[in-house]
Design a protein around this ligand. Structure first.
Ligand code: NAD
Length: 441
């Protein structure tokens, strides 16, 4: 099979590389010439564990190509994936201009039957718009080429994207013809061998599935954060409550960790877009509105604890921040809670010294030289008035607290991810603040 993947970001690059890994001929296309030039030199635009080796292996094998030339790449393709961004527009709805521009480009270029698949996260009804762009572009050329549209939302998690793609919990494909179903079955066959299911459905249901999945996950997070905040007020320990409820199989242990709010490129924008889709269609997503407002407030919880601890006197204080990316194992800074916390500290006249294993370059795009970037976690601590743990990278989990205590001016830790043992830290003389547990001294 021969496929094209348009948009070579987190999703497109992983998708294209994983299809190449199972022997398919893949061209990844992007409009960003620099991105493509770098990929030709083996420089990846993103950090994703294991991806660099996999890209290089498949490029060497001649199965994975990079190009800015959509027209050339689309020739003789069986499947063309659209994997460009769908950022929130000003009103919160998903901005489809990139998706529709690519659809038009495919229509202007295709030379044979092809399944045009939306992999980007797009609202219900988008496939119909994609179909119209293709129809219009083909009509303009006077070309009578058959095609199908399909929706194949992506569920990969940044930081574990390759495993998620190669061993998916499920593959969801929305189709409206048997021919498209046959092509998509053939394409995904190598990924199904170990019992990973493919679920075919109508296109609107596939489009909705992605939003429903992300909204459910965001709901779990906001629910636990709400419970955590109440635990703290009432003198309960949310870590115990989490274990207590998680052992009920109907609830489950996953994704019920309290923290400092969800971020990233997906949950915030997808929750917003679903609320917007509903309101445009005369329905109010009451639960999701609450999910969003709990999350906005939760991003400020760690700062509030810092402010309270220091009696609101933050001017001239220095804070060490461990972790900048919105979650571990990625360099993605989009909507990261770290940005909210750091901006608030800076606004109070504090200084910040941060360390992140991979996201510091990305962070510079928004924070620039307004903070300092340490070369290791310990350098960030030197003369700091407190440590804030913002992203739970594995390397922060078990530091030498003796060294941490010596480097900090004051033995104070604000743990936004509940990765330390309150009793241990208290015994070591730290003032320890975490989420959903009354812990300070
Ligand atoms: P991204 O911003 O990392 O990548 C998008 C790429 O598309 C960029 O490289 C951009 O240059 C390119 N592009 C834009 N217009 C183009 C055009 N006309 N032709 C060719 N290339 C073009 O975005 P992403 O994180 O990969 O997300 C892509 C989509 O997948 C979004 O809809 C997102 O919601 C969805 N998604 C993302 C994730 C994730 O974890 N990042 C997971 C599942 C789904």
């Amino acid at each position: 099979m021969k496929i094209a993947v348009v948009g070579t970001g987190y999703v497109g690059l992983v998708t294209g590389t994983c299809f190449a890994e199972v022997g398919i001929d893949v061209t990844c296309i992007d409009i960003d010439q620099k991105k493509i030039d770098n990929l030709h030199k083996g420089i990846l635009p993103i950090y994703e564990p294991g991806l660099e080796e996999m890209v290089s292996r498949n490029v060497s094998a001649g199965r994975l190509h990079f190009s800015t030339n959509l027209k050339e790449a689309i020739q003789d393709c069986d499947v063309a994936f659209i994997a460009v961004g769908t950022p929130p527009g000003e009103d919160g709805s998903a901005d489809l201009k990139y998706v529709l521009a690519v659809a038009r480009g495919i229509g202007e270029s295709m030379n044979n039957y092809c399944v045009v698949v939306t992999k980007s996260t797009v609202p219900v009804g988008t496939a119909a718009k994609v179909r119209k762009e293709l129809d219009d572009a083909l009509a303009k050329r006077g070309a009578a080429i058959e095609f199908d549209v399909a929706s194949n939302p992506e569920f990969l998690k940044e930081g574990a994207a390759i495993d998620d793609f190669l061993k998916p919990d499920r593959i969801v494909v929305g189709i409206s013809s048997e021919r498209a179903e046959e092509v998509m079955s053939r394409l995904y066959k190598p990924f199904l061998l170990n019992g990973h299911p493919i679920i075919f459905m109508d296109i609107p249901s596939a489009e909705m599935t992605k939003y429903a999945a992300n909204s459910m996950l965001a709901t779990k997070i906001s629910f636990m954060n709400d419970i955590a905040n109440l635990c703290e007020i009432m003198g309960a320990d949310v870590n115990m409550v989490r274990k207590g409820i998680g052992s009920d199989a109907r609830i489950g242990t996953k994704f019920i960790y309290p923290g400092i709010g969800y971020g990233g490129s997906c949950f915030p924008k997808d929750v917003k877009a679903l609320i917007k889709t509903a309101s445009e269609n005369g329905y109010e997503m009451q639960v999701l509105k609450a999910v969003e407002s709990v999350n906005d407030a939760q991003k400020e919880v760690l700062f509030d604890k810092v402010s309270k601890h220091f009696g609101g006197e933050l001017a001239g204080k220095k804070f060490a921040v461990w972790g900048l990316s919105f979650k571990p194992k990625t360099d993605d800074m989009r909507e990261a809670p770290s940005l909210v916390i750091i901006e608030k500290l800076l606004a109070e006249g504090s200084t910040v010294s941060a360390y992140d294993p991979v996201a510091m370059e990305e962070a510079k795009h928004s924070l620039g030289d307004r903070i300092t970037y340490a070369k290791d976690p310990f350098e960030a601590l030197v003369d700091a008035d407190a440590l804030l743990v913002v992203t739970e990278w594995p390397e922060f989990r078990s530091p030498s607290f003796e060294v941490v205590g010596k480097l900090l001016k004051d033995k104070v830790i604000f743990d936004g991810r509940n990765i330390y043992d309150p009793a241990e830290l208290r015994a070591l003389g730290f003032a320890y603040h975490c989420i959903g547990v009354k812990t300070a001294h």
